[in-house]
Design a protein around this ligand. Structure first.
Ligand SMILES: [Zn+2]
Length: 412
């Protein structure tokens, strides 16, 4: 048995702007036992943490990241040994949990082996919900074909090829991903910004194919998420019954109204585009100019459109798309969510309780209440007064996951 007592801590729950001041939070094993104003009876060998002047929030849920990815350079497949792909990810996971993310929806690349290693706590990592391999059309976003004619797509046991076309192939591919033990299905339903020779303006997969994927997923009680920038693509995904739209750059009012009505989530991933424009691409990247011009094309319009969608009542999720940018900058997305009109508390909800609802985990995760899983972060400063505090990993003084301290800067 392990137990923790965090003394004199200020609790910020995502459902309440009011701070609970100077509380004592008692944790036993992986659960929060009590949130008292007085000292609770301690268990033997309780680790006591002084929380004075700090704020306690639930651990964050990043609803869109790629824990195995390091920039998505297709050529990496050719030059790197396969095992390196996995060892590099250990560093990615550490940086992510240090940033305050205790759960993560992996929108492509992590397989059941990675998820199993994480569940066994072999190394520190956010808990994962995985999609394994996104479904993509031939020549579409996430087809790894190069202009040279060489195909860089990687496949290994448990990690299938993702390209598929036509109703029969998409059905089989959906089943292959489910067989690989995915928690949801990810579909590339429009072109992308980082994939050369595709346009974010155009849809990918037709409505028949999309409906086939959703029906098969629903038969297995799984939801489907779409990478989709294109206006027409978004319409197709709504009609097919998708649960979430990722990016959503060219969303129009009509689609926003439908998404709000049908409870379809939107994960705008604003931070990734801003960061890429600021930081650029490596010199050797032959597609850099193409990528930068596409990014500049989308950044302004995306801000206006996501703001419109928010005003129409679409539920937004916090997703960073880390893996495209370096890992550990996940919570920078919260500041961008505030720029499109959310209050700091609403942004925190998008990064906690709403992400938990996606996987019916809201009764276990995403708030500081007795009986819930002890996934919590201690923060220097009140994020309601300044949301950007959370963008800097150094302000996340402690991370507790399943009742275990996985990051501790208080000792230093
Ligand atoms: Zn992504």
């Amino acid at each position: 048995m392990s137990s923790l007592l965090i003394k004199n801590i200020n609790i910020l729950n995502p459902f309440d702007e009011e701070i609970l001041n100077e509380r004592n939070v008692l944790v036993k094993n992986d659960k929060i036992i009590s949130i008292g104003v007085k000292n609770s009876d301690l268990y033997e060998n309780t680790t006591v943490i002084d929380g004075e002047d700090k704020f306690l929030l639930p651990g964050f849920i990043d609803s869109h990241a790629h824990i195995m990815a390091n920039g998505f350079h297709k050529e990496d497949t050719m030059k790197n040994p396969l095992a390196l792909h996995f060892y590099d990810a250990i560093v990615n996971m550490k940086n992510t949990i240090d940033a305050g993310v205790t759960s993560l929806r992996d929108c492509g690349l992590a397989d059941i082996g990675v998820k199993t290693a994480v569940s066994k706590k072999i190394f520190p990592s956010p808990k994962l919900n995985i999609s394994i391999k996104p479904l993509a059309i031939t020549g579409g976003h996430f087809d790894f074909y190069l202009n040279s004619g060489f195909d860089m797509e990687l496949s290994y046991p448990g990690f299938p090829i993702g390209t598929c076309d036509g109703v029969e192939e998409v059905l089989k591919k959906t089943r292959e991903v489910i067989r690989g033990r995915s928690d949801f299905i990810k579909v590339m339903a429009s072109g992308g910004i980082l994939s050369p020779n595709t346009s974010p303006h155009y849809p990918q997969f037709n409505l028949k194919e999309l409906k086939t994927i959703v029906n098969e997923a629903k038969t297995n009680n799984l939801d489907v998420a779409a990478h989709c920038h294109s206006r027409e693509g978004i319409r197709n995904c709504i009609a097919a019954g998708f649960k979430s739209i990722e990016h959503g750059t060219f969303i129009d009012k009509e689609s926003a109204k439908l998404m709000a009505k049908n409870g379809i989530y939107l994960t705008p991933t604003l931070v990734v585009h801003h960061t890429l424009i600021k930081e650029g691409f490596p010199e050797w990247d032959r597609f850099a100019d193409d990528k930068i011009s596409k990014l500049k094309d989308v950044v302004k319009i995306q801000k206006e459109n996501i703001s419109m969608a928010y005003n129409e009542g679409v539920k937004l999720l916090m997703g960073s798309d880390c893996g495209v940018i370096s890992h550990g900058r996940n919570l920078a997305e919260l500041s961008y969510l505030c720029e499109i009109g959310m209050s700091p508390l609403e942004a925190i909800q998008a990064g906690t309780i709403e992400g938990a609802k996606l996987f019916n985990q809201e009764n276990q995760l995403a708030s500081i209440e007795s009986g819930k899983t002890a996934d919590m972060i201690l923060v220097d400063g009140n994020p309601i007064e300044d949301i950007s505090i959370l963008s800097n990993s150094n302000n996340i003084k402690m991370v507790i996951q399943d009742g275990l301290i996985v990051k501790d800067l208080l000792k230093v």
